[in-house]
Every structure is written in structure tokens, then in C-alpha cells.
Ligand binder design. Structure first.
Ligand code: PHE
Length: 351
């Protein structure tokens, strides 16, 4: 074996041993670098005679080519190995079970509200929504609550540190009753212009579900809770209609005719007369227990006037019921606050 063959063989062996690209480049420098073994050979050519130079030069170039072929092959091999290692490290095991995303569902109170809306819609009631941050006028004054009257403490609410156009604090509405006035005023505004003189205003028939707030917290009260307001105003709407609507509603809601209603005299500034509505089931775990489910009454003439209507001509009833209470009864929940704690162990039972 001549010296050049030996040199090629040594280079191939060193390249094969290089296990990382940096090692390989170092090995390359030892042969092809500025003072590498092959480069030295080429430099040495200068000392030879012309004809020797040619033959020896050809041999050196052939050796150099072999070294370069070995170098490139090893470079490629190292790059392939690196890519393969990377792919192996990043490999996805498609047979692993995926990360589960819990499927969402409606909140039990939302389910209850949808149920209430559906039943009232089937009886011809519109469904309206209104602001949770209310003015003093809509929450109280328009509803026949004189300013500073002690009856206002029936709805002790939260106030917002901002004043409305009347210079009163905004409040978090303590009931959905402001929606009676908001809806009725809009209804009157919408119809008044197009009506012939003396013509009767189309009836107002609406429910207004939504969030309400009071300074209250125990097993059956939460500082944030829901109400559903109802209002039916026309020329000839009476308490009898309220009884019929409520009886129908509760029997449909609880899917039983085995249910009695009781109207218990009560007081609200915005209705006269007023009644609390109680229901009792004739069977089941709550058999014969009277459960309070709503406040109601014939809308007070002062409130009808605030609707923009003549109380001598228009009359009707309003009610406010507690969807949370209805959800508790329907699902047999024992503590109202569970609905709002956000504990999935409780909530996922309603999926
Ligand atoms: N707003 C009353 C309450 O929150 C309920 C009610 C509504 C009573 C409408 C009569 C008429 O207690």
C-alpha cells in the first residue's frame, strides 16, 4: 500500500469514528485543512521535477477526491441520524387516548328559564330582557315606592357608586319589576302614534326573566338570584286571568295536575290588591306543603299611569316569580347556593 492509499484509509477510519458533525469537521481539517495531510502533500509537489510533478499530482488529486467522497458520505449519514433522532423524539403516539374536553351543558337555572319562557310563549307572552344596573326611578319610584318610604327596605339591594340623571345612585335591580315599566313604556311608544282616537291599545303580555340582587344569603337566598317578571295589561284583564295563567303554568311546568294554588293576601307597593302565590303537590316528597313561588297582584293605578296609560281604562296583573326556587323544587336541590357555587360535581348532574 502506498502512502496515499494509507492516508485515504486513515481519513475514512477517522471520519467513520466521528460521531458528531463537529468531530467530523475537525477530522476533515486534519486532511484537507490549511496544514492538513493532503494539503501538505500538494505543497510538497513544488519540490519535484516537472514530469514527476504531473504523475504525483494526479495521484494526490485522486486521493483527495476519495477523501472528499468519504467526508460527504459521513456528513450525510450524520445528518440522517440526527433527523431520525429528532423525529423519534417528536413522535406522536396516535394510539394514546386524547385529552378529554368536557362537553358543556346548560346550567340548571338556564334550563329552567328556557322552560318558563317556552310555556309563557305558548300562552302568547313576549319575552323581554332589561338592564341589571337600574336607575332609582325604574327600580322604585315608578313602581309606586315613594322616596324614603320604608317599603323600599323590602328590597334592600346593592348600589353602584355612580349617579343617574336624577342624581340618584344606580342600583343592582332588586327585582325584575322595573321591566314592567320599561316594556310598557316602549309598547305604548310603539303603538300610540298609529292608533285611531279612542281605539284600544293592543294588550301588553310579557315576561321578563333575568338576574336580580339583594343583600341576602342563606339556604334559600343568594345575593344574586333570578326572577321572572310577568305583566298582562288590557281593558279587561282581571285576577281571574292571573289565576288561570298561573294554574296552567305551574301544572305544565311540573307536569302534573296534582297541584293546588293558593293566593295569600300580601303587600307590594306596585300592586293592589297583592297576593303571594303558594303551590302544594298532592303527592310526592313535598306532599301538602305550601311552597311560596311568586308575588303577584293587580297593577296599581299609579304604576299604570307611569306606563303612560290611563288607569281608568287599562287594568291588569303583574307577578314576579323565582326561577331558582322552581329549579330547586323540580330537581329536589336542598340549597339554592349550590346553583351558583360553580361546583361541577353538582352541576354536571344536570347534563
Ligand atoms: N317584585 C316583587 C318582589 O320582588 C314581586 C312582584 C312582582 C309582586 C310583580 C307583585 C307583582 O318581591
Amino acid at each position: 500500500m502506498n502512502d496515499l492509499d494509507q492516508l485515504v484509509q486513515d481519513a475514512q477510519a477517522e471520519f467513520a469514528q466521528a460521531s458528531a458533525p463537529a468531530d467530523l469537521e475537525n477530522a476533515k481539517a486534519r486532511y484537507l485543512g490549511k496544514s492538513g495531510k493532503l494539503t501538505e502533500q500538494l505543497k510538497a509537489l513544488g519540490a519535484l521535477a516537472v514530469d514527476e510533478k504531473k504523475a504525483r499530482g494526479a495521484l494526490i488529486n485522486a486521493a483527495k477526491q476519495q477523501v472528499e467522497v468519504a467526508l460527504n458520505a459521513r456528513r450525510q449519514a450524520l445528518a440522517d441520524a440526527e433527523l431520525e433522532a429528532q423525529l423519534r423524539a417528536e413522535a406522536l403516539d396516535v394510539s394514546l387516548p386524547g385529552r378529554q374536553r368536557g362537553s358543556g351543558a346548560l346550567h340548571p337555572v338556564s334550563i329552567t328559564l328556557e322552560r318558563i319562557e317556552g310555556i309563557f310563549a305558548s300562552m302568547g307572552f313576549d319575552v323581554a330582557e332589561g338592564p341589571e344596573i337600574e336607575t332609582d326611578w325604574y327600580s322604585f319610584t315608578a313602581l309606586n315606592n315613594p322616596e324614603n318610604h320604608p317599603a323600599r327596605s323590602m328590597q334592600d339591594t346593592f348600589y353602584v357608586d355612580v349617579k343617574d340623571a336624577d342624581g340618584k345612585w344606580f342600583n343592582l335591580r332588586p327585582h325584575t319589576s322595573p321591566m314592567q315599566v320599561r316594556y310598557a313604556k316602549a309598547h305604548v311608544a310603539k303603538h300610540a302614534a298609529g292608533m285611531a282616537k279612542g281605539e284600544a291599545m293592543p294588550e301588553i303580555r310579557v315576561i321578563a326573566p333575568g338576574r336580580t340582587y339583594r343583600v341576602d344569603s342563606d339556604a334559600t337566598h343568594s345575593p344574586m338570584f333570578h326572577q321572572c317578571e310577568g305583566l298582562w295589561i288590557g281593558e279587561n284583564v282581571s285576577f281571574k286571568d292571573l289565576k288561570a295563567v298561573f294554574t296552567d303554568f305551574f301544572r305544565t311546568f311540573f307536569e302534573t295536575n296534582d297541584l293546588r294554588l293558593r293566593f295569600r293576601p300580601s303587600f307590594f307597593p306596585f300592586t293592589e290588591p297583592s297576593a303571594e302565590v303558594d303551590i302544594a303537590f298532592s303527592s310526592g316528597p313535598l306532599k301538602d306543603r305550601w311552597l311560596e313561588v311568586a308575588g303577584s297582584g293587580q297593577v296599581h293605578p299609579n304604576v299604570v299611569r307611569n306606563f303612560g296609560l290611563d288607569p281608568e281604562r287599562y287594568i291588569g296583573f303583574a307577578f314576579g316569580m323565582g326561577p331558582d326556587r322552581l329549579a330547586m323544587l323540580r330537581y329536589g336541590a336542598s340549597d339554592l347556593r349550590q346553583f351558583f357555587d360553580g361546583d361541577l360535581r353538582f352541576l354536571s348532574q344536570f347534563k
